[in-house]
Design a protein around this ligand. Sequence first.
Ligand SMILES: Cc1ncc(COP(=O)(O)O)c(C=O)c1O
Length: 477
Amino acid sequence: MSPWRVGKTHLLDLLSGWDASEGTAYSALAARIRLLIVDGRIVPGARLPSERDLAAGLAVSRTTVNSAYSALRAEGYLQSKQGSGSIAQIPGRPPELPVARPGDLIDLSRATCTAAPGTHSAAVRALDRLPPRLRTDGYELAGLLELRVKLAERYSQQGLPTTPEQIFVTSGSQSAISLAARTFVAPGDRVVVETPGYPHALNALRAAGGRLLPFRVDADAGWDVDGFDLTVRRSLPTLAFLMPDFHNPTSRSMSVDERRRVVATAEAHGIMLVSDEATADLALDEVDPVAPIAAFAQRPGTVLTIGSASKTVWGGLRVGWIRTSVEHVDRLIAARMSNDLGAAVIDQLVFAELLNDFDPILEYRTNALRESRDALQRALKAHLPSWRMSPTRGGIASWVHIDEPVSSAIAIAARARGLLIGAGPWFGLDGEFEQFIRVPITADPEAIERAVEILAAALGDVHERTHLDTRSLAGAL
Ligand SMILES: Cc1ncc(COP(=O)(O)O)c(C=O)c1O
Protein backbone atom coordinates (compact mmCIF):
# COMPACT_ATOMS: atom_id res chain seq x y z
CA MET A 1 0.00 0.00 0.00
CA SER A 2 1.31 3.44 -0.85
CA PRO A 3 1.31 5.83 2.09
CA TRP A 4 0.08 8.49 -0.35
CA ARG A 5 -3.01 6.69 -1.54
CA VAL A 6 -5.51 4.67 0.41
CA GLY A 7 -6.83 2.19 -2.14
CA LYS A 8 -10.50 1.24 -2.11
CA THR A 9 -9.82 -2.30 -0.88
CA HIS A 10 -7.56 -1.08 1.91
CA LEU A 11 -10.13 1.48 3.09
CA LEU A 12 -12.87 -1.15 2.98
CA ASP A 13 -10.63 -3.29 5.16
CA LEU A 14 -10.13 -0.46 7.63
CA LEU A 15 -13.88 0.18 7.64
CA SER A 16 -14.81 -3.47 8.11
CA GLY A 17 -17.55 -3.88 10.66
CA TRP A 18 -19.01 -0.47 9.86
CA ASP A 19 -22.74 -0.74 9.63
CA ALA A 20 -24.53 1.65 7.26
CA SER A 21 -27.78 1.17 9.13
CA GLU A 22 -26.28 2.53 12.35
CA GLY A 23 -27.56 6.06 13.18
CA THR A 24 -27.19 8.50 10.33
CA ALA A 25 -25.12 6.59 7.83
CA TYR A 26 -23.08 9.52 6.56
CA SER A 27 -22.15 10.86 10.01
CA ALA A 28 -21.17 7.38 11.23
CA LEU A 29 -19.01 6.97 8.14
CA ALA A 30 -17.44 10.40 8.67
CA ALA A 31 -16.73 9.56 12.35
CA ARG A 32 -15.10 6.31 11.36
CA ILE A 33 -12.84 7.90 8.74
CA ARG A 34 -12.00 10.73 11.15
CA LEU A 35 -10.75 8.20 13.68
CA LEU A 36 -8.63 6.46 11.06
CA ILE A 37 -7.01 9.82 10.29
CA VAL A 38 -6.45 10.92 13.87
CA ASP A 39 -4.93 7.66 15.00
CA GLY A 40 -2.66 7.55 11.99
CA ARG A 41 -4.03 4.52 10.17
CA ILE A 42 -4.76 6.92 7.30
CA VAL A 43 -1.63 9.04 6.99
CA PRO A 44 -2.11 12.79 6.46
CA GLY A 45 -1.39 13.54 2.82
CA ALA A 46 -2.92 10.24 1.65
CA ARG A 47 -5.53 10.37 -1.11
CA LEU A 48 -8.84 8.65 -0.34
CA PRO A 49 -10.78 6.68 -2.96
CA SER A 50 -13.26 8.60 -5.10
CA GLU A 51 -16.80 8.99 -3.76
CA ARG A 52 -18.12 6.73 -6.50
CA ASP A 53 -15.62 3.92 -5.79
CA LEU A 54 -16.16 4.00 -2.05
CA ALA A 55 -19.96 4.08 -2.41
CA ALA A 56 -19.82 1.03 -4.69
CA GLY A 57 -17.46 -0.81 -2.34
CA LEU A 58 -19.60 -0.10 0.73
CA ALA A 59 -22.84 -0.72 -1.17
CA VAL A 60 -24.27 2.64 -0.05
CA SER A 61 -25.60 5.56 -2.04
CA ARG A 62 -23.17 8.06 -3.46
CA THR A 63 -24.98 10.77 -1.45
CA THR A 64 -23.93 9.02 1.79
CA VAL A 65 -20.25 9.11 0.87
CA ASN A 66 -20.55 12.62 -0.56
CA SER A 67 -22.11 13.88 2.70
CA ALA A 68 -19.47 12.08 4.81
CA TYR A 69 -16.62 13.60 2.79
CA SER A 70 -18.29 17.05 2.95
CA ALA A 71 -18.58 16.79 6.75
CA LEU A 72 -14.88 15.81 6.99
CA ARG A 73 -13.96 18.71 4.72
CA ALA A 74 -15.94 21.13 6.89
CA GLU A 75 -14.10 19.84 10.00
CA GLY A 76 -10.72 20.14 8.29
CA TYR A 77 -9.95 16.40 8.05
CA LEU A 78 -10.15 16.33 4.26
CA GLN A 79 -8.89 18.73 1.70
CA SER A 80 -10.09 18.61 -1.89
CA LYS A 81 -7.56 19.48 -4.49
CA GLN A 82 -8.50 19.99 -8.13
CA GLY A 83 -7.39 16.91 -10.02
CA SER A 84 -6.00 15.06 -6.99
CA GLY A 85 -9.16 14.05 -5.13
CA SER A 86 -9.73 14.08 -1.38
CA ILE A 87 -6.59 14.27 0.72
CA ALA A 88 -6.52 13.39 4.43
CA GLN A 89 -5.17 16.01 6.82
CA ILE A 90 -5.22 16.89 10.51
CA PRO A 91 -6.89 20.20 11.33
CA GLY A 92 -4.77 22.71 13.24
CA ARG A 93 -1.12 22.33 14.20
CA PRO A 94 0.41 19.67 16.41
CA PRO A 95 0.97 20.89 19.94
CA GLU A 96 4.45 21.79 21.09
CA LEU A 97 6.25 19.44 23.46
CA PRO A 98 5.96 20.89 26.95
CA VAL A 99 9.12 22.50 28.27
CA ALA A 100 10.03 21.39 31.79
CA ARG A 101 9.78 24.06 34.48
CA PRO A 102 11.65 23.97 37.76
CA GLY A 103 9.63 22.88 40.77
CA ASP A 104 8.21 19.58 41.76
CA LEU A 105 6.46 18.60 38.58
CA ILE A 106 6.54 15.02 37.32
CA ASP A 107 8.40 15.29 34.04
CA LEU A 108 7.49 12.52 31.62
CA SER A 109 8.07 14.73 28.59
CA ARG A 110 11.53 13.13 28.37
CA ALA A 111 12.45 9.47 28.60
CA THR A 112 15.62 9.96 30.64
CA CYS A 113 17.14 8.25 33.69
CA THR A 114 19.35 9.06 36.64
CA ALA A 115 22.91 7.67 36.56
CA ALA A 116 23.55 3.95 36.93
CA PRO A 117 25.41 2.87 40.10
CA GLY A 118 29.14 2.76 39.56
CA THR A 119 29.26 5.94 37.45
CA HIS A 120 30.97 7.94 40.20
CA SER A 121 33.64 5.35 40.94
CA ALA A 122 34.28 4.92 37.20
CA ALA A 123 34.76 8.70 36.98
CA VAL A 124 37.31 8.54 39.84
CA ARG A 125 39.23 5.75 38.10
CA ALA A 126 39.07 7.68 34.80
CA LEU A 127 40.52 10.79 36.50
CA ASP A 128 43.37 8.68 37.85
CA ARG A 129 44.12 7.60 34.30
CA LEU A 130 43.97 11.11 32.90
CA PRO A 131 47.55 12.40 33.57
CA PRO A 132 49.27 10.65 30.62
CA ARG A 133 46.55 12.02 28.31
CA LEU A 134 47.33 15.54 29.47
CA ARG A 135 50.61 15.33 27.57
CA THR A 136 48.61 15.08 24.30
CA ASP A 137 46.59 17.95 22.82
CA GLY A 138 43.33 16.13 23.70
CA TYR A 139 41.70 16.50 20.26
CA GLU A 140 40.43 13.05 19.28
CA LEU A 141 38.55 13.60 16.02
CA ALA A 142 37.37 9.99 15.66
CA GLY A 143 37.26 9.32 19.40
CA LEU A 144 39.66 7.70 21.91
CA LEU A 145 41.17 4.56 20.43
CA GLU A 146 40.69 2.71 23.73
CA LEU A 147 36.93 3.33 23.59
CA ARG A 148 36.66 2.54 19.88
CA VAL A 149 38.39 -0.81 20.48
CA LYS A 150 35.87 -1.71 23.19
CA LEU A 151 32.85 -0.66 21.15
CA ALA A 152 34.13 -2.60 18.11
CA GLU A 153 34.55 -5.70 20.30
CA ARG A 154 30.96 -5.41 21.55
CA TYR A 155 29.58 -5.24 18.00
CA SER A 156 31.74 -8.20 16.94
CA GLN A 157 30.37 -10.22 19.87
CA GLN A 158 26.83 -9.38 18.75
CA GLY A 159 27.40 -10.91 15.31
CA LEU A 160 28.53 -7.72 13.55
CA PRO A 161 32.29 -7.93 12.91
CA THR A 162 33.71 -4.45 13.44
CA THR A 163 37.15 -2.83 13.57
CA PRO A 164 37.99 0.27 15.68
CA GLU A 165 38.46 2.25 12.43
CA GLN A 166 34.73 1.80 11.80
CA ILE A 167 33.79 3.59 15.03
CA PHE A 168 33.40 7.35 15.35
CA VAL A 169 32.67 8.85 18.79
CA THR A 170 30.31 11.81 19.16
CA SER A 171 29.01 13.98 22.01
CA GLY A 172 25.86 11.93 22.57
CA SER A 173 23.77 10.22 19.93
CA GLN A 174 21.68 13.30 19.12
CA SER A 175 24.79 14.94 17.73
CA ALA A 176 25.50 11.71 15.80
CA ILE A 177 22.01 11.89 14.22
CA SER A 178 22.42 15.53 13.39
CA LEU A 179 25.92 15.01 11.94
CA ALA A 180 24.74 12.06 9.83
CA ALA A 181 21.86 14.22 8.55
CA ARG A 182 24.17 17.13 7.66
CA THR A 183 26.70 14.82 6.02
CA PHE A 184 24.46 12.54 4.00
CA VAL A 185 21.29 14.57 3.29
CA ALA A 186 21.38 17.42 0.79
CA PRO A 187 18.64 20.09 0.85
CA GLY A 188 15.59 18.77 -1.00
CA ASP A 189 16.52 15.09 -0.62
CA ARG A 190 13.74 12.74 0.32
CA VAL A 191 14.22 10.95 3.62
CA VAL A 192 12.06 8.11 4.92
CA VAL A 193 11.24 8.30 8.62
CA GLU A 194 9.20 6.16 10.92
CA THR A 195 5.83 7.45 11.99
CA PRO A 196 5.35 7.61 14.86
CA GLY A 197 9.01 8.47 15.36
CA TYR A 198 11.59 10.22 17.52
CA PRO A 199 10.84 13.98 17.22
CA HIS A 200 14.41 15.27 17.68
CA ALA A 201 15.65 13.04 14.85
CA LEU A 202 12.81 14.22 12.60
CA ASN A 203 13.80 17.82 13.37
CA ALA A 204 17.50 17.14 12.66
CA LEU A 205 16.60 15.59 9.29
CA ARG A 206 14.30 18.52 8.47
CA ALA A 207 17.03 20.97 9.49
CA ALA A 208 19.38 19.30 6.99
CA GLY A 209 16.79 20.07 4.28
CA GLY A 210 15.29 16.55 4.08
CA ARG A 211 11.73 16.14 2.81
CA LEU A 212 10.26 13.53 5.11
CA LEU A 213 8.22 10.58 3.87
CA PRO A 214 6.36 8.28 6.29
CA PHE A 215 7.17 4.64 7.13
CA ARG A 216 4.39 3.36 9.36
CA VAL A 217 5.23 1.47 12.55
CA ASP A 218 2.42 -0.13 14.50
CA ALA A 219 2.93 -1.32 18.08
CA ASP A 220 1.12 -4.59 17.27
CA ALA A 221 1.74 -5.15 13.55
CA GLY A 222 5.31 -3.84 13.31
CA TRP A 223 6.87 -2.03 10.35
CA ASP A 224 4.89 -1.53 7.13
CA VAL A 225 7.69 -2.97 5.03
CA ASP A 226 5.53 -3.17 1.88
CA GLY A 227 4.75 0.54 2.25
CA PHE A 228 8.48 1.24 2.70
CA ASP A 229 9.32 -0.66 -0.46
CA LEU A 230 6.72 1.28 -2.45
CA THR A 231 7.79 4.64 -1.05
CA VAL A 232 11.40 3.88 -1.92
CA ARG A 233 10.55 2.81 -5.46
CA ARG A 234 8.30 5.80 -6.10
CA SER A 235 10.26 8.55 -4.37
CA LEU A 236 13.91 7.42 -4.53
CA PRO A 237 14.93 8.76 -1.12
CA THR A 238 18.56 9.25 -0.12
CA LEU A 239 18.29 7.89 3.37
CA ALA A 240 15.93 6.20 5.83
CA PHE A 241 16.04 6.74 9.59
CA LEU A 242 15.03 3.75 11.74
CA MET A 243 14.97 2.57 15.35
CA PRO A 244 14.88 -1.24 15.05
CA ASP A 245 15.82 -1.87 18.72
CA PHE A 246 13.74 -0.54 20.43
CA HIS A 247 11.55 1.77 18.45
CA ASN A 248 10.71 5.05 20.18
CA PRO A 249 7.78 5.50 20.97
CA THR A 250 6.20 2.06 20.28
CA SER A 251 9.05 0.05 21.92
CA ARG A 252 8.71 -2.47 19.09
CA SER A 253 11.73 -4.51 17.92
CA MET A 254 12.18 -5.40 14.23
CA SER A 255 11.83 -9.06 13.33
CA VAL A 256 14.54 -10.87 11.39
CA ASP A 257 12.28 -10.88 8.33
CA GLU A 258 11.60 -7.13 8.58
CA ARG A 259 15.34 -6.45 8.93
CA ARG A 260 16.14 -8.57 5.88
CA ARG A 261 13.49 -6.94 3.73
CA VAL A 262 14.27 -3.36 4.73
CA VAL A 263 18.00 -3.88 4.10
CA ALA A 264 17.31 -5.63 0.77
CA THR A 265 15.18 -2.68 -0.41
CA ALA A 266 17.84 -0.21 0.76
CA GLU A 267 20.64 -2.07 -1.03
CA ALA A 268 18.59 -2.54 -4.21
CA HIS A 269 18.06 1.23 -4.44
CA GLY A 270 21.31 2.52 -2.96
CA ILE A 271 19.74 4.06 0.15
CA MET A 272 21.61 4.56 3.39
CA LEU A 273 19.87 3.29 6.53
CA VAL A 274 20.59 5.29 9.66
CA SER A 275 19.78 3.00 12.56
CA ASP A 276 19.41 4.70 15.94
CA GLU A 277 20.16 1.97 18.50
CA ALA A 278 20.46 4.16 21.58
CA THR A 279 18.20 1.74 23.47
CA ALA A 280 19.25 -1.54 21.79
CA ASP A 281 20.72 -2.99 25.02
CA LEU A 282 17.49 -2.53 26.93
CA ALA A 283 15.54 -5.78 26.35
CA LEU A 284 13.07 -6.23 29.21
CA ASP A 285 11.80 -9.71 28.43
CA GLU A 286 13.68 -12.88 27.55
CA VAL A 287 13.95 -12.92 23.77
CA ASP A 288 16.28 -14.66 21.37
CA PRO A 289 18.91 -12.06 20.57
CA VAL A 290 18.79 -10.81 16.97
CA ALA A 291 21.92 -9.37 15.33
CA PRO A 292 21.94 -5.59 14.74
CA ILE A 293 20.33 -4.61 11.42
CA ALA A 294 23.77 -3.76 9.98
CA ALA A 295 24.63 -7.48 10.14
CA PHE A 296 22.02 -8.09 7.41
CA ALA A 297 23.73 -5.79 4.91
CA GLN A 298 26.05 -6.96 2.11
CA ARG A 299 27.79 -3.60 1.74
CA PRO A 300 29.69 -2.03 4.65
CA GLY A 301 28.28 1.49 4.15
CA THR A 302 24.58 0.59 3.80
CA VAL A 303 23.79 0.87 7.50
CA LEU A 304 25.08 3.61 9.74
CA THR A 305 24.49 2.43 13.31
CA ILE A 306 24.17 4.96 16.12
CA GLY A 307 24.70 4.13 19.79
CA SER A 308 24.67 6.03 23.08
CA ALA A 309 25.73 5.78 26.72
CA SER A 310 22.79 7.95 27.78
CA LYS A 311 20.06 5.35 28.24
CA THR A 312 22.19 2.62 29.78
CA VAL A 313 24.49 4.74 31.98
CA TRP A 314 23.62 8.45 32.15
CA GLY A 315 22.62 11.31 29.83
CA GLY A 316 25.17 13.55 31.53
CA LEU A 317 27.95 11.42 30.03
CA ARG A 318 27.82 12.98 26.60
CA VAL A 319 29.05 9.90 24.75
CA GLY A 320 27.46 8.58 21.57
CA TRP A 321 28.96 6.87 18.55
CA ILE A 322 28.54 5.82 14.95
CA ARG A 323 29.52 2.47 13.46
CA THR A 324 29.83 2.52 9.68
CA SER A 325 32.32 1.92 6.84
CA VAL A 326 35.84 3.37 7.14
CA GLU A 327 35.07 5.63 4.13
CA HIS A 328 32.02 7.07 5.86
CA VAL A 329 34.03 7.60 9.06
CA ASP A 330 36.45 9.73 7.01
CA ARG A 331 33.57 11.81 5.64
CA LEU A 332 32.13 12.24 9.12
CA ILE A 333 35.48 13.38 10.51
CA ALA A 334 35.72 16.02 7.79
CA ALA A 335 32.12 17.12 8.33
CA ARG A 336 32.33 17.27 12.13
CA MET A 337 34.96 19.99 12.12
CA SER A 338 32.57 22.82 11.32
CA ASN A 339 30.62 21.89 14.43
CA ASP A 340 33.00 20.40 17.03
CA LEU A 341 36.48 18.96 17.21
CA GLY A 342 35.80 15.78 19.16
CA ALA A 343 33.91 14.51 22.20
CA ALA A 344 35.16 15.16 25.76
CA VAL A 345 38.13 12.89 26.60
CA ILE A 346 37.18 12.53 30.25
CA ASP A 347 33.63 11.38 29.38
CA GLN A 348 35.04 8.82 26.96
CA LEU A 349 37.44 7.52 29.63
CA VAL A 350 34.59 7.15 32.12
CA PHE A 351 32.49 5.20 29.63
CA ALA A 352 35.48 3.02 28.64
CA GLU A 353 35.94 2.20 32.36
CA LEU A 354 32.28 1.21 32.64
CA LEU A 355 32.47 -1.00 29.56
CA ASN A 356 35.04 -3.17 31.38
CA ASP A 357 32.17 -4.59 33.42
CA PHE A 358 29.00 -3.57 31.62
CA ASP A 359 26.61 -6.47 32.33
CA PRO A 360 25.78 -5.39 35.92
CA ILE A 361 24.90 -1.93 34.58
CA LEU A 362 22.56 -3.39 31.99
CA GLU A 363 21.04 -5.62 34.63
CA TYR A 364 20.44 -2.67 36.95
CA ARG A 365 18.91 -0.56 34.17
CA THR A 366 16.66 -3.24 32.71
CA ASN A 367 15.43 -4.24 36.20
CA ALA A 368 14.49 -0.63 36.93
CA LEU A 369 12.73 -0.21 33.57
CA ARG A 370 10.89 -3.51 34.03
CA GLU A 371 9.61 -2.44 37.47
CA SER A 372 8.37 0.85 36.04
CA ARG A 373 6.75 -0.88 33.07
CA ASP A 374 4.92 -3.24 35.41
CA ALA A 375 3.87 -0.30 37.60
CA LEU A 376 2.47 1.43 34.52
CA GLN A 377 0.51 -1.67 33.56
CA ARG A 378 -0.97 -1.95 37.07
CA ALA A 379 -1.77 1.76 37.31
CA LEU A 380 -3.52 1.81 33.93
CA LYS A 381 -5.57 -1.21 34.90
CA ALA A 382 -6.61 0.51 38.11
CA HIS A 383 -7.25 4.05 36.89
CA LEU A 384 -7.69 3.96 33.11
CA PRO A 385 -8.81 0.42 32.25
CA SER A 386 -9.90 1.28 28.71
CA TRP A 387 -6.43 2.55 27.75
CA ARG A 388 -4.22 -0.09 26.16
CA MET A 389 -0.48 -0.29 26.66
CA SER A 390 1.65 -1.45 23.74
CA PRO A 391 3.50 -4.74 24.40
CA THR A 392 6.56 -3.09 25.96
CA ARG A 393 9.34 -5.67 25.69
CA GLY A 394 12.24 -3.24 25.64
CA GLY A 395 13.31 0.37 25.43
CA ILE A 396 12.38 3.37 27.48
CA ALA A 397 8.72 4.14 26.84
CA SER A 398 5.32 2.66 26.24
CA TRP A 399 2.92 3.78 23.52
CA VAL A 400 -0.49 3.81 25.12
CA HIS A 401 -3.69 3.71 23.09
CA ILE A 402 -6.45 6.00 24.33
CA ASP A 403 -9.96 5.07 23.26
CA GLU A 404 -10.74 8.63 22.11
CA PRO A 405 -8.79 11.22 20.07
CA VAL A 406 -7.95 13.51 23.00
CA SER A 407 -4.20 13.11 23.57
CA SER A 408 -3.29 16.81 23.15
CA ALA A 409 -6.18 17.93 25.33
CA ILE A 410 -5.10 15.47 28.05
CA ALA A 411 -1.46 16.60 27.88
CA ILE A 412 -2.59 20.21 28.34
CA ALA A 413 -4.92 19.34 31.22
CA ALA A 414 -2.21 17.16 32.84
CA ARG A 415 0.25 20.02 32.75
CA ALA A 416 -2.10 22.14 34.85
CA ARG A 417 -2.13 19.27 37.37
CA GLY A 418 1.66 18.98 37.54
CA LEU A 419 2.52 16.37 34.91
CA LEU A 420 4.53 17.14 31.80
CA ILE A 421 3.97 14.61 29.04
CA GLY A 422 4.29 14.67 25.25
CA ALA A 423 0.99 14.16 23.40
CA GLY A 424 0.74 11.53 20.61
CA PRO A 425 0.86 14.10 17.75
CA TRP A 426 4.35 15.16 18.84
CA PHE A 427 5.58 11.82 17.50
CA GLY A 428 3.82 12.08 14.12
CA LEU A 429 4.67 13.96 10.98
CA ASP A 430 1.45 15.90 10.59
CA GLY A 431 -0.39 15.97 13.87
CA GLU A 432 -1.80 12.45 13.74
CA PHE A 433 -1.82 10.03 16.74
CA GLU A 434 -4.38 11.92 18.84
CA GLN A 435 -5.41 8.49 20.14
CA PHE A 436 -2.01 7.70 21.61
CA ILE A 437 0.18 9.02 24.37
CA ARG A 438 3.81 8.12 25.08
CA VAL A 439 4.49 7.21 28.70
CA PRO A 440 8.22 6.91 29.49
CA ILE A 441 9.11 4.07 31.86
CA THR A 442 12.33 5.77 32.92
CA ALA A 443 10.71 7.35 36.00
CA ASP A 444 10.45 5.32 39.22
CA PRO A 445 7.28 3.25 39.88
CA GLU A 446 5.86 5.78 42.40
CA ALA A 447 6.15 8.62 39.89
CA ILE A 448 4.54 6.45 37.20
CA GLU A 449 1.66 5.54 39.49
CA ARG A 450 1.11 9.21 40.37
CA ALA A 451 1.38 10.22 36.70
CA VAL A 452 -1.37 7.77 35.74
CA GLU A 453 -3.62 9.15 38.49
CA ILE A 454 -3.03 12.62 37.05
CA LEU A 455 -3.77 11.38 33.52
CA ALA A 456 -7.07 9.92 34.74
CA ALA A 457 -7.96 13.22 36.40
CA ALA A 458 -6.91 15.11 33.27
CA LEU A 459 -9.17 12.91 31.17
CA GLY A 460 -12.03 13.84 33.53
CA ASP A 461 -11.17 17.54 33.01
CA VAL A 462 -11.26 17.07 29.25
CA HIS A 463 -14.63 15.35 29.34
CA GLU A 464 -16.04 18.01 31.58
CA ARG A 465 -14.78 20.78 29.35
CA THR A 466 -15.77 19.38 26.00
CA HIS A 467 -18.79 17.24 26.89
CA LEU A 468 -17.40 14.87 24.32
CA ASP A 469 -19.72 11.98 23.82
CA THR A 470 -17.08 9.30 23.71
CA ARG A 471 -19.57 6.49 23.49
CA SER A 472 -20.91 7.70 20.15
CA LEU A 473 -17.36 7.88 18.80
CA ALA A 474 -16.43 4.48 20.22
CA GLY A 475 -19.62 3.05 18.71
CA ALA A 476 -18.33 4.07 15.31
CA LEU A 477 -15.07 2.19 15.85
C1 LIG B 1 15.72 7.14 20.39
C2 LIG B 1 16.70 8.17 20.88
N1 LIG B 1 17.78 8.46 20.14
C3 LIG B 1 18.68 9.36 20.53
C4 LIG B 1 18.54 10.06 21.71
C5 LIG B 1 19.57 11.09 22.05
O1 LIG B 1 20.22 10.81 23.25
P1 LIG B 1 21.72 11.25 23.59
O2 LIG B 1 22.07 12.43 22.71
O3 LIG B 1 21.69 11.61 25.03
O4 LIG B 1 22.60 10.07 23.29
C6 LIG B 1 17.41 9.81 22.51
C7 LIG B 1 17.21 10.57 23.76
O5 LIG B 1 16.16 10.61 24.34
C8 LIG B 1 16.47 8.85 22.09
O6 LIG B 1 15.38 8.56 22.81
